[in-house]
Design a protein around this ligand. Structure first.
Ligand code: PFF
Length: 439
């Protein structure tokens, strides 16, 4: 059977951007920034995104398009030996991420509905509201299940009809709404304090853990280190420039995260909400700002609807990685693969759905959901990143160079190979050691 390809250049770019832009930008970036002290973290994050993120994304696109295969199959075809293990790390990381990602995505469905049923009011204490909801295990599992079912359905529809069509119109609308919220946010009384926290760095609090958190956030947000961009890259037609695509996707992804911060921190400082409040940060701050706006219920509903869609385009990417694997390598049908793997991710996600107050489930001294997030983003994804760059830099250098130059010479090809060979893997490794306290 002929391999599926993206229907158009813009379709691919929007789908890859759709995979990158998701809860990672609007939910995870503000709360991780809040928990890591603010501005200094943001600066380190940007440096990492451009110096490591872009080269790793380009490396993944090159592996994907030159092999036209899934994350495991690509390594098998291009070199074989032990290399396919790298693809496996990706598949496992993707599963873990999807399991808790769907819990948070389920919250967006709940908040969409609640926008009309009492959440948006100056009399509501949004922290209490959030805590009450998240400690209701049954509701959490219910919304998580709905989210996974929708994800399964879209993946089942296939690359072009499902993923591409959905991503096209909706992402720009989300950016527009965020811009509007930024205007409201920066005119709040707490805005100066919020913006100072967000943009005025204090390096005295930076530790190895902060830098590892920034690295993990970069990998998570750009969907790197887990074969997603290898898989999406495998569907890219030959006439699309890979280096340009890597830049565009990264730039848009960063823009969305940056905007989210301009809404969240002014709001947090205005309403006396701790910026380090944890996973609930946006669910606590945003309803407070909506309550102050005319037609707040409608804005709230629209916002959570779009966030849900952003989460969906990312979850599709997460599930597609393992679906592509069983489809290519084990000849499963798309339908069977989407159903079986989606259901498995749901089951693995149940402890995460319950760990926010229903039961006390801790791992490595964190709540279960946070522990899964830490394990996948800060450990497995960077590990995937180390091996992908080493693979491109040392094992398939010539193939990779040919692949990225197909549409015209890439000016920075030498620097890119150099980064893949040494700078990226070494710095990821050092950050990793520093982050777990070994350096
Ligand atoms: N990048 C997505 C986000 O920021 O929400 C999360 C993600 C999607 C990670 C797809 C990995 C992936 F394959």
């Amino acid at each position: 059977m002929e391999r599926e390809v993206w229907n158009s250049k813009i379709g691919f770019l929007l789908a890859a951007t759709g995979s990158a832009m998701g809860l990672g930008n609007v939910w995870r970036f503000p709360y991780i920034t809040g928990a890591n002290g603010g501005a200094a973290f943001v600066l380190i994050y940007f440096i990492i995104v451009f110096s490591i993120g872009v080269p790793v994304m380009l490396a993944e696109f090159a592996v994907g398009r030159s092999s036209k295969l899934n994350a495991v199959g690509a390594f098998k075809k291009l070199k074989g030996g032990k290399w396919p293990v790298v693809g496996w790390i990706g598949i496992i990381a993707g599963f873990i991420i999807l399991s808790y990602y769907s819990v948070i995505a389920g919250w967006t469905i709940k908040y969409f509905i609640s926008s009309f049923t009492g959440l948006i009011s100056p009399n509501v204490n949004t922290t209490t509201y959030f805590n009450q909801f998240t400690s209701n295990g049954l509701q959490n599992i219910f919304f998580q299940a709905i989210f996974i079912l929708i994800t399964i359905y879209v993946v089942y529809l296939g690359v072009e009809k499902g993923i591409e069509t959905w991503s096209k119109i909706l992402m720009p609308i989300l950016i527009l709404i965020l811009l509007l919220l930024v205007i409201r946010g920066v005119s709040l009384p707490g805005a100066p304090d919020g913006i100072r926290f967000y943009l005025n760095p204090n390096f005295s609090e930076v530790t190895g853990r902060t830098i590892l958190a920034a690295l993990g956030q970069a990998f998570f947000s750009l969907s790197l280190g887990m074969g997603a961009m290898i898989t999406y890259g495998s569907y890219i037609p030959k006439e699309i420039s890979l280096p340009k695509s890597a830049f565009i996707v990264t730039f848009l992804d960063m823009l969305l995260a940056l905007l989210a911060g301009f809404v969240i921190f002014p709001t947090a400082f205005t309403f006396g909400i701790e910026p380090g409040a944890g996973t609930g940060l946006i669910f606590i701050t945003l309803p407070s700002i909506f309550a102050l706006m005319p037609f707040g219920q409608i804005w709230s509903a629209l916002f959570f609807l779009l966030l849900f869609i952003a989460a969906l385009t990312s979850a599709i990417g997460l599930l597609e990685v393992s679906v592509a694997y069983v489809k290519d390598e084990r000849n499963w049908s798309r339908k069977k693969a989407a159903l079986a793997l989606g259901t498995t991710a749901f089951i693995i996600g149940v402890p995460s759905a319950l760990s926010n107050g229903t039961i006390s489930l801790n791992l490595f001294g964190m709540q279960f959901l946070d522990a899964m997030d830490y394990l996948s983003s800060n450990i497995l994804l960077p590990l995937g990143g180390i091996f992908v760059t080493l693979f491109v830099g040392w094992v398939i250098k010539d193939t990779a160079l040919k692949e990225i130059n197909l549409e015209g010479k890439f000016k920075f090809e030498k620097s890119w190979i150099w980064i893949c060979r040494t700078i990226a893997p070494i710095s990821i490794f050092l950050i990793f050691l520093a982050g777990i306290g070994l350096l």
